[in-house]
Design a protein around this ligand. Structure first.
Ligand code: ADP
Ligand code: ADP
Ligand code: MG
Length: 448
């Protein structure tokens, strides 16, 4: 096992990795930008190295500085967390070249799924359904012919796109004829690659994703699925495990996730995202080749430590359990506590937290890097903590989440807590009638 690892991330996920490393007797080095000098991960890690100024591209994305920090401190491996370097095959390759282990999938795994065109091809080869759509589109004529077949509205996606960017909804033939070249130009500008694909544009769907762990030698297990349909601007706010899908559909999606990940000999933790329509059709959307923000709900229902498993696999110890050892029980819900004003279109609300007191008690887990007096830097995303609850069934978990939200006090910035309290009382949410348009369509309606 490693003696020392470096964490190339910040905030709650840096702290999450430190906690497991400590329990495993592994020393930690955390890198930080000058904006995070007083953050909890920096205070709690065994060592810390400043890698640059607040701007991410000069600090958390600064490959030479991060690699130097690892070499200088004698860290044997790097945990990238999520975001920043987590899905960058070039970074994983450079770690390899410098004799440092990247705690995550191989760069080849990332290449297989990196572009949307590749991801669709890999899924199709593994007999996993994808949204009706195309491979790479060369010309506007190809695009027009494809759209005619798929039916409008369609979605043009930059094959190299990510983070919800590089997507364009096209309503009509006319719009496509006019917009295709521009979409190519934009894709080239933002992602360095003009390649586009097209998909049917779906308007009402659930987001359900499968957590997998692979040993890189062909063995892949799943740790259940998560429903992440409550979103704003294509970003998740509340996640739960298990989903409320009918059992046969659940099993089908879990099997599809494992099949796809095994087909590429996947190594480490990964998540396969699916969208589901009202009619029970499911489609693979993309694989996130890293630990995810919402991994905690899977941990709560499985009693597994997914970060520990990532570290063990990276250290060559393989997967210590089989599928049959994964026993899921109860129901877990996570609310992402963001420093944002939900009444003002989720406008970020950075600044000093005067007082913070998170809930406790039975079945409550809090992952946060904040403390009373902590200042939220404006440079990064607005996630300041995650409130996670477990209970034996979904109704009880909802009641427990409401209790925990009401108990939590954050003085200073606006947060998403008041919105979540309303959602826990929402009749549609309570019976699991939730698609990604929930906030737009189901918050005001009063159910008879
Ligand atoms: P990215 O790599 O940018 O995350 P994804 O393909 O994962 O791109 O899509 C991001 C989000 O965009 C999805 O979570 C979903 O909300 C929406 N989306 C993706 N594909 C479609 C589609 N075919 N129709 C409607 N919405 C879609
Ligand atoms: P209806 O019966 O009128 O279609 P319900 O609210 O009973 O509507 O939902 C039926 C199913 O549709 C639910 O089980 C749920 O999965 C799904 N659903 C969830 N959110 C929405 C939404 N915003 N609009 C429509 N259907 C939804
Ligand atoms: Mg995505």
């Amino acid at each position: 096992m490693f003696k020392k690892i470096l964490i190339a991330n910040r905030g709650e996920i840096a702290l999450r990795v430190i906690r497991t490393a400590r329990e495993m007797g592994i020393k930690t080095v955390v890198v930080y930008s000058t904006a995070d000098e007083k953050s909890l991960p920096v205070l709690l890690a065994d060592e810390s190295v400043c890698v640059g100024p607040p701007a991410s591209n000069q600090s958390y994305l600064n490959i030479p500085n991060i690699l130097s920090a690892a070499l200088m401190t004698g860290a044997e491996a790097i945990h990238p967390g999520y975001g920043f370097m987590a899905e960058n095959p070039e970074f994983a390759r450079m770690c390899r070249e410098h004799g440092i282990i990247f705690i995550g999938p191989t760069p080849e795994n990332m290449d297989d799924l990196g572009s949307k065109a590749n991801g669709r091809a890999v899924a199709t080869a593994a007999k996993v359904p994808v949204v009706p759509g195309t491979g790479l589109l060369e010309t506007v004529e190809d695009a027009l012919a494809a759209a005619k077949q798929i039916g409008y509205p369609v979605l043009l996606k930059a094959s190299a796109g990510g983070g919800g960017r590089g997507q364009k909804v096209i309503q009509t033939q006319d719009e496509l004829a006019k917009g295709f070249a521009q979409a190519q130009e934009e894709a080239k500008l933002y992602f360095g690659d003009p390649a586009l694909i097209m998909e049917k544009f779906l308007t009402e769907f659930r987001h359900v994703e499968v957590q997998v762990m692979g040993d890189g030698k062909g063995k892949v297990i799943h740790v259940g699925e998560r429903d992440c349909s409550i979103q704003r601007r294509n970003q998740k706010l509340i996640e739960e495990a298990p989903s409320t899908l009918p059992e046969s559909l659940r099993q089908e999606i879990l099997a599809a996730g494992v099949r796809l990940a095994s087909s590429i000999g996947y190594t480490g933790a990964g998540t396969l995202e699916f969208i589901l329509d009202r009619d029970g059709n499911y489609y693979f959307m993309e694989m996130n080749t890293r630990i995810q923000v919402e991994h905690c709900v899977s941990e709560m229902i499985s009693n597994l430590d997914l970060v520990r498993m990532q570290i063990e696999i990276a250290a060559g110890e393989g997967l210590k359990i089989d599928q049959d050892d994964v026993v899921l029980s109860g129901h877990a819900i996570e609310c992402r506590i963001n420093a944002e004003d939900p009444d003002k279109d989720f406008r970020p609300s950075a600044g000093k937290i005067d007082e913070v007191h998170f809930a406790g008690g039975p079945g409550v887990r809090v992952d946060t890097h904040t403390y009373s007096g902590y200042s939220i830097p404006p440079n990064y995303d607005s996630l300041i903590g995650k409130l996670i609850v477990w209970h034996e069934d979904r109704d009880k978990a909802i009641a427990r989440m409401k209790r925990a939200l009401e108990e939590s006090v954050i003085q200073g910035p606006k947060t998403t807590i008041p919105l979540y309290i309303k959602i826990m009382d929402n009749p549609f949410y309570k019976r699991g009638a939730v698609m990604t348009n929930f906030l737009k369509t189901r918050m005001e309606t009063v159910e008879k």
